[in-house]
Design a protein around this ligand. Structure first.
Ligand code: SF4
Ligand code: SF4
Length: 381
């Protein structure tokens, strides 16, 4: 049976407390793996982009560093591999100010560089994905995610973090291919999870991100370290605590595909205040699929959430335009301008804007539904 373990930790800067919390959640994983002494371990942390150390877009540097030390002290040999969206893994680690610590610990940091066809089986839905293949050279993978909201998937936890194994240049293509249908995107993430199946999974939920995640949301303190022997089991244990009862597509699809693993919570079962979520655009795209094409276009515009620009925050850097799979976003007169008919609502622009200048705005009908829902809730009180 898979194990998911929660441990409280109030601060990244109380090293002893952080270390104790990490040891508590890692110990059941090491036991389940059968020991890690002498093993080659690959760390795949969420290093979204070059940010300040305390920015909740990435796993916190203290969290990453202490996790590495727990594995080293148990006799493992650790390497860190990740491919951030724009910069290199080395540059992000430098920005986090732990480059020298990792050098002293003899822990190499690099971007994924070898790619090959993803391992598939009878459960696979996407048979032509290329993934980083380096993980196969290691005895085990440690998937380290940050608890954040996400425009497409509502939350990004351990399963979503594995999308970083897809070649950087191809991630955009996959957003373009499956971005219109978020349920398919969730299925693709599940395929990657099934292929990689990280043996160790950690979630940094000490400071989480809510609202305009995963790149520009608001940091909020929740004070938990979570570990699990299975990424999907960990997501299934954590999501109901963070998403206020809303259904995650990844979990819904996993249940439908009969791949949701059994798990038990080891130790404390916490109460965590839910995060403020972005609007759920995926649901609405699925509605759109059932409509006649002529009508679909208009309904989609009313219903589906869309990216909108805060002109005051936009510095015209052009990163959003570079990340836009269908090139429906251009920089005109130093500001980002959307061409909505071509926009597939993948929210890559919102994810990568370094200034938080792009937010997700609900469609008119979604807002009406919200008002009705709030009214109903009040009546039912
Ligand atoms: S919206 Fe953000 S990413 Fe795009 S140009 Fe403006 S600041 Fe840069
Ligand atoms: S404008 Fe933004 S949401 Fe629309 S397709 Fe481009 S990156 Fe995706």
């Amino acid at each position: 049976m898979n194990k998911v373990c929660f441990s409280p930790c109030s601060s990244y800067y109380d090293t002893r407390q952080l270390r104790t919390a990490l040891e508590q959640v890692i110990a059941p994983q090491i036991e389940s793996f059968g020991g890690i002494s002498g093993k080659k371990i690959l760390f795949k942390p969420n290093l979204l982009a070059w940010r300040k150390p305390e920015d909740p877009a990435c796993v916190h540097p203290a969290f990453l560093l202490e996790s590495v030390k727990v594995f080293l002290d148990a006799g493992a040999k650790v390497s860190i591999l990740e491919t951030p969206a724009v910069q290199t893994a080395e540059a992000v680690i430098r920005a986090m100010k732990i480059e020298e610590d990792l050098k002293r610990l003899d822990v190499p940091v690099a971007c994924f560089s070898k790619f090959g066809p993803m391992r598939t089986d009878a459960n696979t839905r996407f048979h032509h994905l290329e993934l980083a293949s380096e993980y196969q050279d290691f005895d085990a993978v440690v998937d380290i995610a940050k608890a954040k909201t996400h425009g497409m998937m509502m939350l990004t936890l351990c399963v979503k973090n594995l999308f970083g194994l897809v070649k950087g240049s191809e991630r955009m293509g996959w957003h373009l291919n499956v971005g219109k249908d978020f349920s398919r995107f969730a299925d693709m993430l599940l395929d990657i999870y099934l292929a990689v199946r990280p043996q160790f999974n950690l979630l940094d939920a000490i400071t989480c991100m809510e609202g305009n995640g995963p790149g520009s949301g608001t940091p909020v303190h929740r004070g938990w370290v979570v570990g699990g022997t299975d990424a999907l089991a960990l997501d299934a244990a954590v999501a109901p605590l963070l998403n206020g009862g809303k259904e995650l597509l990844i979990l819904r699809n996993a249940a439908e595909r009969n791949i949701l693993p059994d798990f038990e919570i080891v130790g404390e079962q916490p109460q965590i205040e839910p995060l403020e979520l972005p609007p759920p655009p995926g649901l609405l795209c699925e509605w759109g699929v059932m409509l006649p094409p002529g009508l679909k276009k208009y309904i989609r515009e009313w219903m589906v959430a869309r990216p909108v620009l805060d002109e005051e925050k936009c510095i015209g850097c052009g990163l959003c335009a570079k990340m836009c799979p269908p090139e429906s976003l251009k920089i005109i007169n130093g500001k980002a301008v959307f061409h909505y008919p071509e926009c597939i609502r993948c929210f890559c622009c919102q994810e990568h804007c370094p200034k938080g200048a792009i937010t997700i705005c609900k469609g008119t009908l979604m807002k009406v539904c919200d008002v009705i829902e709030r009214g109903m809730r009040k009546l039912m009180k």
